[in-house]
Design a protein around this ligand. Sequence first.
Ligand code: NAD
Length: 417
Amino acid sequence: MSDEVNPFESLQEQIDDAAAYLDVDDDVIHRLKYPERVLETNLSVDMDDGSIQRFKAFRSEFNGDRGPYKGGIRYHPGVTRDEVKALSGWMVYKCAVVDIPYGGGKGGIVIDPSEHSANEIENITRSFAEELRPFIGEDKDVPAPDVNTGQREMNWIKDTYETLENTTEPGVVTGKSLEAGGSEGRVEATGRSTAITAREAFDYLGKDIVGADVAVQGYGNAGWIATKLIDELGANIVAVSDSSGAVHDPSGLDPVDVKEFKRDTGSVSGYEDTEALTNEELLTMDVDLLVPAALENAIDGDLAEDVSADVIVEAANGPLTPDADDVLTEKDVHVFPDILANAGGVTVSYFEWVQNRQRFYWDEERVNEELEAVITEAFDDLTDAYASFDLPNFRTAAYVVAIQRVVDAFTDNGNWP
Ligand code: NAD
């Protein structure tokens, strides 16, 4: 993993690469490369031992031309202002590429959640929700889960907001538990869009996914569901990893069994009858499909030289640096980008928000059918742009589609002087 690449600069480079193919004024493109506003705050929170600790937290609202700011909240010691800005920008283009009526936002707290009790995490989350209160709302900015946050944190944010506002507004956050107004299918949605993208990609490239060898980096929410569903498509999962390391079995791993092992032991490492690999070894394995599903900058330009996969489908946000993209384009490795391949999460968040607003709830079958339609349609838009603009890779194609949609919304709205 490269620590030197600033994800915000990566985002800006990706926008420039795609904008070069579009007939859009530089002034408009410039506007699309910076957030509209960023909240930076220091939360002061009571700890279980009676002390008070401070936590730096951010919320970036990148662009609202197509609808309310939308994006997750991450709890991680490595959160930085620039990372949050980059992630909020990727949300703008992700929502645009799948054509749902949202802008982009993202938040984060600099924290190692494993060092805190559930009570402390609740206090920290409610304190952040209080800071966010003037900015969020179902028509303003709608947070969701990201790394190390989930239904529990979203329920606390909703409850804090609703209590302080003296209202009921479940659509203020998405990714809630079903009982708190969540949607069926939300937990699986990100990995599901990765699996749909992998299936469509293999079909488009004339490759057979049945029997294809697959390696997955990161066995968290996005990674494990993607692994399970890609396995169900008939592929052969030969390696998976988490932050403790990677395990390899050329005859194929059982994703559900690996997940149970991880639940019992805390990691995939040591899973029976497997060879231990480093994460770098996993990323450079000779497989048909590589799925990075951990964090950003997992593959930089140097590591990309050694990547041997034929196809990469990005479940994580920003797992390849721009240098890696250049190397992989040169090597004819087909990369299907994050803003499509993990857009299932935000798409089902959108379905959750629609259901919250209508107070009318869908069953899982309907959610999965609607998700299938959104992702396959976006895949077709992306491959149409790839062919008709004669673009160098599928990431540029995704940005061409997405930037044009944001520019159209901005142009139709008109500029406020
Ligand atoms: P998670 O915390 O559930 O899982 C992350 C996994 O990556 C963990 O298993 C962790 O051990 C592993 N990991 C961390 N560093 C690693 C390393 N260096 N090598 C190998 N494994 C490593 O998080 P998640 O929700 O699954 O998110 C993963 C990625 O997917 C992030 O980039 C996130 O932004 C993106 N994403 C998630 C969602 C969602 O709905 N969960 C939606 C869109 C995008």
